[in-house]
Write a protein that binds this ligand. Structure first.
Ligand SMILES: [Zn+2]
Ligand SMILES: [Zn+2]
Length: 162
């Protein structure tokens, strides 16, 4: 009787491990996706990790990076390759443009008119030869916070005569 119980337990552990592993990674993915959504700022993997680490110190940096990369590959979110900042992750999946602050790296959505992709593709057709397959449009600028800081430091240097 006790032998049987022991055998049953061993089988449970053997067959239970992969399921447990899947469950754990599903929980991690849910948490990581929720954090990205709550941050609402096109966070980089490093930024998501910093945020998660505050409440869940057991989740490793490698896990956060892997889950985000896999989610992007699976089409659950967009991975933005930006000109002057780390890759960012975006929960908004429909086509839209971005503007990046050149000072702090903050990335903001710009809602794009529905016909913009078609019009851009039309321009490519006119340029000849190319077949456009996807588009990503990124503008660079200064966010309101950084613009205010720049204005304040300009004023200061004007006062001190620098
Ligand atoms: Zn800024
Ligand atoms: Zn976006």
């Amino acid at each position: 009787m006790s032998d049987l119980t022991a055998e049953k337990k061993t089988n449970e552990i053997k067959s239970g491990s992969p399921a447990k592993e899947t469950r754990r990674s599903t929980v991690q993915k849910t948490l990581i996706m929720r954090t990205l959504r709550e941050m609402n700022c096109h966070a980089s993997a490093g930024m998501v990790y910093e945020e998660i680490h505050k409440n869940y110190p057991d989740i490793s940096r490698a896990t956060v990076f892997r889950v985000l990369a896999n989610a992007a590959e699976d089409g659950d979110l967009l991975r933005l390759k930006l000109a002057e900042a780390d890759d960012r992750f975006d929960i908004t999946k429909h086509p839209h443009c971005h503007i990046t602050c050149r000072r702090c790296g903050y990335v903001c959505d710009i809602e794009t008119p529905d016909d913009l992709p078609r019009r851009l593709v039309g321009l490519v057709d006119d340029a000849g030869g190319f077949k456009a397959e996807k588009y990503h449009l990124e503008l660079m600028g200064v966010c309101p916070d950084c613009a205010a800081k720049e204005a304040a430091s300009d004023e200061q240097s004007a006062e001190t005569g620098d």
